[in-house]
Design a protein around this ligand. Structure first.
Ligand code: ADP
Ligand code: MG
Length: 354
């Protein structure tokens, strides 16, 4: 996750009065649209703990993300978009494990009780909660500098979890969607990027469609749950791209003890990325940017045709960008298949590049 370069406000935390905490929970969190019951949820918000039932043949997959104002998002961010993003990035982790969303908990730290903000926040959570049948079942509310911690719980059949460690020599490397949009969005949203001062838009004012596209890419990332649940049985390994392809693919390679080669020309970009930044900056955004929340996964050669037909049926774009090989590390290849030097060092003129 990209970090907004501002110092956090440090305050002594105290609890809101129990009355206002209770009111916040009742009016904005324990609502029928957010805290609904579903199969397996015996008891949600309202007791000392939620009670959930995990089917015996499944694992409970759990993942958590903490978003702190002034660090991970600007203080004045739209609460509804923020809520959407906070839940979406968690759901993306479930997708990467091949897990079906089940429920989530929320740790909410608020500087004060702002009804309008809370109504927007609650609304923003409802949309994805309903879409993925993933209700809010509990949490904690406290006073302090604004921060949002979400923990999602998912269910995955025991032999279906798509771990980082399963890639095999000869497998193909795929990504879903397009890469680099999350990093480019920081530029269009006027937020700091760790990619340095030369990472900039080529057009001073991208058109309105482009601007909307990038705002959506940042605040409404689409967790690739459907793809993971339908085609995940064909993935030998999987990770979601939250820190940039280079770093995230490297996790698969390390855990699987293999090497990877990537054809630079095969990396998929959005139309908006193509018309907003230079080819060098597109590559920089895709490899080192982050915040894309697409999946990078490996598939045995024999399964590639089936994978591509499932993805086509779902209307989800998947692109084969390379191969898993013997050895370690990532080789980048140009259009002729010759190796190209693409390391963080090769981008040294971009200060602060990972
Ligand atoms: P306790 O004092 O037993 O921890 P709380 O008074 O903090 O309980 O919370 C009361 C109920 O409201 C609990 O069921 C808790 O899970 C739920 N709750 C509190 N804060 C949140 C939140 N931010 N989101 C969802 N549920 C919450
Ligand atoms: Mg509590």
């Amino acid at each position: 996750m990209v970090v907004v370069d501002q110092a956090p406000v440090r305050e002594v935390m105290d609890k809101p009065s129990s009355q206002s905490e209770f009111e916040i929970i009742r009016r904005f969190l324990a609502t029928p649209n957010l805290s609904f019951l579903r199969d397996g949820i015996e008891l949600g918000i309202g007791d000392d703990a939620a009670l959930i039932e995990v089917p015996p043949n499944k694992y409970l997959a759990m993942s958590m993300d903490v978003l702190i104002s002034g660090i991970h998002f600007p203080l004045d961010a739209d609460p509804s978009l923020l809520a959407n993003r906070a839940l979406a990035v968690n759901l993306s982790d479930l997708a990467a494990m091949g897990a079906e969303p089940f429920c989530f908990t929320l740790g909410l730290v608020l500087p004060h009780s702002d009804e309008k903000w809370l109504a927007g926040f609650s609304n923003g959570l409802e949309y994805l909660a309903r879409q993925y049948n993933c209700p809010l079942v509990g949490g904690d509310t406290s006073r302090g500098p604004l921060s949002i911690s979400i923990q999602v719980q998912g269910l995955v059949e025991k032999n279906r979890a798509t771990r980082r460690s399963g890639a095999n020599v000869g497998d193909k490397i795929y990504v879903s969607g397009t890469l680099g949009d999350g990093a480019i969005a920081l530029l269009t949203l006027g937020l700091d990027s760790h990619l340095g001062s030369e990472f900039a838009l080529t057009v001073s004012e991208p058109n309105a469609t482009c601007l909307q596209f990038f705002e959506d890419a940042y605040f409404k990332p689409h967790p690739q749950i459907e793809l993971a649940l339908t085609a995940g049985k064909l993935f030998s390994s999987c990770i979601d791209i939250s820190d940039g392809l280079q770093g995230d693919l490297q996790h698969i390679l390390d855990e699987s003890e293999v090497a990877g080669s990537i054809r630079l020309g095969a990396i998929p970009y959005s139309k908006s990325a193509l018309c907003s930044v230079s080819p060098e900056n597109r590559l920089l955004a895709a490899l080192f940017g982050g915040d894309d929340y697409e999946l990078c996964f490996t598939v045995a050669k024999k399964d590639c045709e089936e994978l591509e037909s499932i993805a086509k049926e779902l209307g989800v774009s998947v692109t084969c960008i390379g191969d898993i090989n013997l050895g370690e590390g990532i080789d980048y290849l140009d259009a002729d298949g010759s190796p190209v030097e693409v390391t963080a060092q090769a981008f040294q003129h971009f200060s602060g590049c990972r």
